[in-house]
Design a protein around this ligand. Sequence first.
Ligand code: SF4
Ligand code: SF4
Length: 371
Amino acid sequence: MERREFLKCVSVGGAVLGGMCPAAMAGDRPHRTAAAGKGSSLTLRPYQLACLVCSIGEGNDAAGSEKLKRVRGEIRENPDIPVKLVCNVGDAFVYQDPGAGDDCHGSPDFNRKRDLDLLQRLDLPPGITLPARIMLHRLWDRIESVSGICGYNVPTSEAWKGCPKANSGCYEKGRKKGIGVLIPPRTQEEMVMEKEKSLKAMYEAEAIAVRPHILLCAVCQYGSGTRPPYLPDNLPEMLQFVLKNPNAKIKMAEAADWMMCGPCPNRAARLNACVNVKGSGGLTNQLRDANTLWKLGLRHGDVVNARELYRRIFERIPDTAEICAVSKGVHAPSVWWDPCGERNVKEGGTPAYVKGRELLTREFGFNKPPA
Ligand code: SF4
Ligand code: SF4
């Protein structure tokens, strides 16, 4: 056992787990684990992520190793499956070194360079776990070609021979086919059907389930002139309904709750998650929900009269910057970046929200003196 493998093994609970180091478990398979109640995950080397794209470029579903076929199938089945990227880098990252079981196309040094070249271009550290959707978008956006990464025009020795497909154009062809080959978008039929069903549920609900910050998005939409019918979400219909029904109630819902987000192209139904902004939008939106609840002094699960809720929103949230802006210095492709967040930093708020707040203050009659 190499020293780095020994260090890695003893660093987990101070013992060699089950007598078997991860290096010994590496082989021609994705490491697939099931965290209790959270579903499966995949552990891959960075180069194997690129190989997925090569296998798409090869043009048939049987392309690639058994491992690649299984990984493709798992990602198609669940595009947000957690993927952990590991490589043999040693140093302070030794805790995640997987061992040489999946090395190929050259020496351990070639394998290390290939993985590190890819991670550097992806701007990700070894050992990181992210939903497959985020990783793959980053791969598509930042790595146009694997020539010079997976193989070189002039190999300096057998140890550096590289992958025979590196200069074949397979990766580039796969990339051109688009990420939709691995992560198909929601179909129009499905979204139309969900619109119909979720709207019906909203009109019949005792309390309309809305995640907190999109109560504000509804105001931005109103200020920019969006009115029903609106296919991508149910917010314009929700506003119209609560304006007409003074006794309507709203429940503070968790995440991308179906009643408002059901028809959205960015909703991952199996996780009740928002996968806007190439998969990471759910994170900024969770923070916006928490910001909104804090401002309103409410909690998830609270049920409030809709009219009184909007009165409180307009009193306590005159503009969106405090809720929606990303931290200064956050830029794409950070998982904390999104276009609304950036606009809120640049403009100090959202003019459409200010306008929507003004219009809705009149529509709700909040500016009239009490009768
Ligand atoms: S600025 Fe905030 S409230 Fe407005 S649409 Fe964007 S995320 Fe929603
Ligand atoms: S799924 Fe995300 S982007 Fe779509 S409406 Fe819900 S919060 Fe907005």
